[in-house]
Design a protein around this ligand. Structure first.
Ligand SMILES: [Fe+2]
Ligand SMILES: [Fe+2]
Length: 247
């Protein structure tokens, strides 16, 4: 039995606090997993609204190292006694370069990075791994479908080294629920990889950010066709147009 509480999202009605970012509480069997931690201001008040305490979580999963998925790690990790899962490269530099605006540092803050790097139970997931009964993390996702996953992302302030955000991972549950942070790896790539690694689990529903904000009409069409029959709960960076198209 799975239940998911949206703890942080770009839009949430009162009494929830909204911010640009994502955090989910995922209950699956005996596990209660905190999946991402938002940008930093909304998680703690929204946990109070949800009646959940940090000590209730059995696992903490970081989808990738962007600031809007790792906020307040420094506030919660000192009291978190269980394992924190991320993919290799999660604490690497991440920059975005949008035309007409200065380069923007979108990596996790130094404070959150120090907290994560010094956590005694930090575990890097390098390959598809079961972290709890019926809960798998993909680790880095091969970009093998030819899906367009480009974006204005770089490893450096000068915009010379492209950033493919290889530290993005997704979480698959045994009931076919696929949970996404930003899905920088592309949803088609991600579902293909899950099918390859866990062919016995058909993906039935997807919840999270799908990063289709700037997707071309062709990419949206291809994605919508690929996901036919899958229930989608688009959050965070999916984009309004894409959310409507996928619906
Ligand atoms: Fe994001
Ligand atoms: Fe992201």
């Amino acid at each position: 039995m799975t239940s998911i509480t949206i703890l942080v999202d770009n839009t949430l009605p009162p009494p929830w606090k909204a911010e640009h970012g994502l955090a989910l509480a995922v209950r699956h069997g005996e596990s209660l997993i905190l999946f991402d931690t938002g940008s930093g201001a909304a998680l703690l008040p929204n946990l109070r609204t949800a009646g959940i305490q940090i000590k209730d979580f059995t696992h903490l999963v970081i989808s990738h190292g962007h600031y809007d998925h790792t906020g307040c790690l420094a506030d919660i990790l000192p009291d978190f006694r269980h394992t924190v899962y991320c993919a290799p490269g999660c604490t690497a530099p991440h920059w975005s370069h949008h035309p007409g605006v200065p380069p923007r540092n979108i990596a996790m803050t130094e404070r959150d990075k120090n907290a994560l790097e010094n956590h005694p139970r930090k575990k890097e997931i390098a390959r598809f791994t079961e972290i709890a009964p019926g809960v798998w993390l993909t680790g880095p996702i091969p970009r093998c479908s030819g899906e367009d996953t480009g974006g204005p992302f770089f490893r450096d302030r000068d915009g010379k080294i492209p950033d493919f955000i290889e530290d993005e991972q997704a979480m698959l549950l045994s009931d076919g629920t696929l949970i996404q942070g930003c899905c920088h790896a592309g949803i088609i790539n991600t579902v293909c990889y899950c099918r390859k690694c866990a062919p016995h689990i058909p993906v039935k529903q997807i919840i999270g950010g799908l990063h289709l904000l700037h997707a071309s009409p062709d990419r949206l069409q291809e994605t919508a066709e690929f996901l036919k029959g899958v229930k989608i709960t688009p959050l965070h960076c999916t984009g309004e147009t894409a959310a409507k198209r996928l619906a």
